[in-house]
Structures are given as C-alpha cells and as structure tokens.
Design a protein around this ligand. Structure first.
Ligand code: DSN
Length: 421
C-alpha cells in the first residue's frame, strides 16, 4: 500500500504527544454529541472543512493577495484563494470578495477602515436591541473611535423602526449606515436602508454574519444588490470554518482589500481561506438550499413550541434561524435559564430583549437557534420535543428533574448523531 500523499490531521499522534490537549478535544466532541446545541451562531462543520483547517496551509505566510504577495512559495495558496473568491462571487452574485478577515469583527473593522475616518458619524443598531459590539458599543473600537448614533426597534412591534432610522440619518448625516444584527429574528428591509443611505449620501454596510447562510441557501432575500459592502462570519448558518469574509461593489474593491491588508491584518490564515472555499462549494449545492429552508422551518416551530410552554417569542416569531425569547412571564431570568438548560445538556445563551429591565449579564431572555440541530438532521416535527425539554428545564427550579431531563436530551440527540461515531 502506498503512503497517503496527504499529511493531514493525525489524532493518534496528538494523543501520544499531548494527551492533555487531545483529551480536551475528545471531551468537547462528547459535549457536542451528547447535548442539544442551540446557540444561534454555531454549527457543525463538515469533515471536509475540518480537513482543510487541519492542513499544512496553516504554515504559509502569504501577505498580500493572489499574484501580489510579499513572500515566495505562494503558488498553491494563491490557487486556493482564487477559487474561494470566485466561488463567493458566484454564490452571492457579488462583484468582489475578500476571504481574508480572521473574524466578523475583523471584517467590520476593515469596513470602517475603508469608509470612515475616526470621529466621523456612523448610524447602527444598538446592541441592547439586537445589534453587535462592533456596531458602536462604548466598550468597543467602534464606539471609542467613531461617533456612533444608534437606532432600535419599536416598543409595540419589536421591529426595526425605519422611520426612526430615517429621522436619525437626516439629523446626523452619517458617513456610513450599518444594518444587520445578532439577535433580531425578522427579515431586514435592505431596500429601505438603501433608500435612506441614498437620501443622505451614506455608505450602506450590511453585517450579514447571522443570516448569510440563509442567503447562500436562497431561503431569504440577499442584501448584496442593495449594499455597498456586506461583511459576515463564515461559521454560523453558512457552516464553514471560524472566520470572516467581505463582499463589495467593484468600485470599493481596492479600498476594502487595502483595509483588510495592510491596514487591519497581517498574514492571512491560508488554511482558513481554503476551508472557506470548501464551505462555499458545499453551500452552492441543492442539499444546502434544502438545509437552509429547514433551518427556518425548524426555528419557526421551535418558537411556536416555546410559546406553548409559556415563553414569548419577541416580535411574535421568526423569519430566520433564531428566536429571541422573553422569559418574564415565566419568572425566570436569562442567566437562570442558561444555567438550568446547561445542567441538562441544552446549550443556549441568555440574551437581552428590547427594553430589557435587567442588566445584560442577567437579561430577561434567551436566544435559540437551529443551525446545529438542522445539520444533525432534525426536522420541524422534532422541535416540539426540544421546546418541551427547555420548558421543563426552566420550570425545574430545584433541579430535582434534571437527571431525567438530561436522559431524555441524550435519547433525542442519539437519534440524530452529530459527527457519527
Ligand atoms: N458572538 C456572535 C453571536 O453569538 O451572535 C456575534 O459575534
């Protein structure tokens, strides 16, 4: 038998050389397999994506872009990056793509760097209403270096208040308007944002991190025709490696590329770039489109099931992969809910709800998402069981039912193995 030509992940060698770390890897795999993973921003990457991540492309310095590098020996990584760029452009109908941002925050820093100078005004969604740290939080570079004006949702509908967005834009004349969120379950009206941006001469940036996988799967409308620039992470519904990506109009290509490198980052992570290319190929398949549609159908059923358990979905439900759930009627805080779910093997996160009376570290809500359970093969018919398990876990203040609930969680996930043994 000839030796395998690929020098890839070798778990046995890791186990021999570093049992401490290999043990952690195995325990984490058990944790993923044995529990319900409902964090809206997580997913289970494919073995092909993991293989690219665990490859020798990790060794290569490749500052610059394909054909214009500051290091020799980039011939192979150049090919991987070009393939990835072409796949991104084709999948999203974009004029330009940059696969080098290390993360969503890095992609957002680059977008600010390309379009806004320190001290200039940016209009973005406030974090307590579902935005993101990089959309102007006072503790983040965005809030420290830029004059960020925030919009939010209406108290009665819990939907983005487009009238408020327009009024604030007219009043403050932002250089850039950002839409996109981390805890907003509804579709965003990109055409409305485009019209407001045009009215005040602003750049429109869409932070599509949470929903870009649904766009890739053609399950929801795309922001690409409306935005000057679209930033996102590659590891959420899109199911790629951890990382970031930027799409933009050709007229902004140079500014974006220069903002990623050399302005914000040094050497790209070429194993990550190759893994992004693999994920983009997977996302272009018909089965991925079916997956994206099921992610939404599952989230809608999960919200309905949680409502039946006495928990209120913010805005009444969801159009996407996530539900934001108000627990006030149940008399349980977000922190308590996260802890009670954790002890039965259900992983989710506490989350502020709009106009939350609690501080963010306590919060009145939870955020639930269906990317991972859908990758496992669960269907809308399975969501009622998950909602019931969450409901029982939350109402079990003393923890006396915890063992029984955990057993039922294990029984459920065993029918849908993540990374089958
Ligand atoms: N941390 C991500 C999320 O969970 O939504 C956003 O950056």
């Amino acid at each position: 038998m000839t030796e395998t030509p690929f020098w890839g992940p070798d778990f046995e060698q890791l186990a021999q050389e570093d049992p401490e770390i290999s043990g952690i890897l195995l325990s984490e795999l058990d944790r993923l397999r044995d529990g319900l993973q409902l964090i809206a921003s997580e997913n289970f990457t494919s073995p092909a994506v993991l293989a690219a991540l665990g490859s020798t492309l990790s060794n290569k310095y490749a500052e610059g872009y394909p054909g214009k590098r500051y290091y020799g020996g980039c011939v192979e990584v150049d090919k991987a990056e070009v393939i990835g760029i072409e796949r991104a452009k084709a999948l999203f109908g974009a004029e330009h793509a940059n696969l080098q941002p290390h993360s969503g925050a890095s992609a957002n820093i680059a977008a600010y760097g390309a379009f806004v100078k320190p001290g200039e005004t940016v209009l973005a969604m406030s974090l307590p209403h579902g935005g993101h740290l990089t959309h102007g939080s006072r503790v983040n570079f965005s809030g420290k270096w830029f004059n960020v004006v925030s919009y939010g949702v209406r108290e009665d509908t819990e939907l983005i208040d487009y009238d408020e967005v327009r009024q604030l834009a007219l009043e403050h004349k932002p250089r850039m308007i950002i839409c996109g969120a981390t805890a907003y379950p509804r579709l965003i009206d990109f055409a409305a944002f485009r019209a407001i941006a045009d009215e005040v001469g602003a750049i429109l940036m869409v932070d599509a991190a949470h929903f870009i996988g649904l766009v890739a799967g053609k399950a929801i409308p795309s922001p690409v025709p409306f935005a000057d620039v679209v930033t996102f992470t590659t590891h959420k519904v899109l199911r790629g490696p951890r990382g970031g990506m930027i799409l933009c109009r050709e007229e902004h290509a140079k500014a974006i590329d220069k903002a990623v490198f050399p302005m914000m980052q040094g050497g790209p992570l070429m194993h990550g770039v190759a893994a992004k290319a693999v994920a983009l190929k997977e996302a272009a398949s018909a089965s991925y489109q079916e997956y994206a549609r099921t992610v939404i159908a599952n989230a809608q059923e999960l919200c309905a099931g949680l409502a039946a358990e006495g928990m209120r979905p913010v805005s009444g439900g969801t159009d996407t992969h996530l539900g934001l759930i108000d627990l006030q009627e149940l008399g349980v805080t977000g922190t308590q809910a996260e802890e009670r779910c954790d002890r039965v093997g259900i992983t989710l996160n506490k989350n502020a709800i709009p106009f939350d009376p609690q501080p963010p570290m306590v919060a009145s809500g939870i955020r639930v998402g269906t990317p991972s359970v859908t990758t496992q093969g669960m269907a809308p018919g399975d969501m009622k069981a998950i909602a019931s398990l969450i409901g029982r876990a939350l109402k079990d203040e003393s923890g006396t039912e915890a063992d029984e609930i955990r057993t039922e969680v294990t029984e459920l996930v065993t029918r849908f193995p993540a990374y089958p043994r």
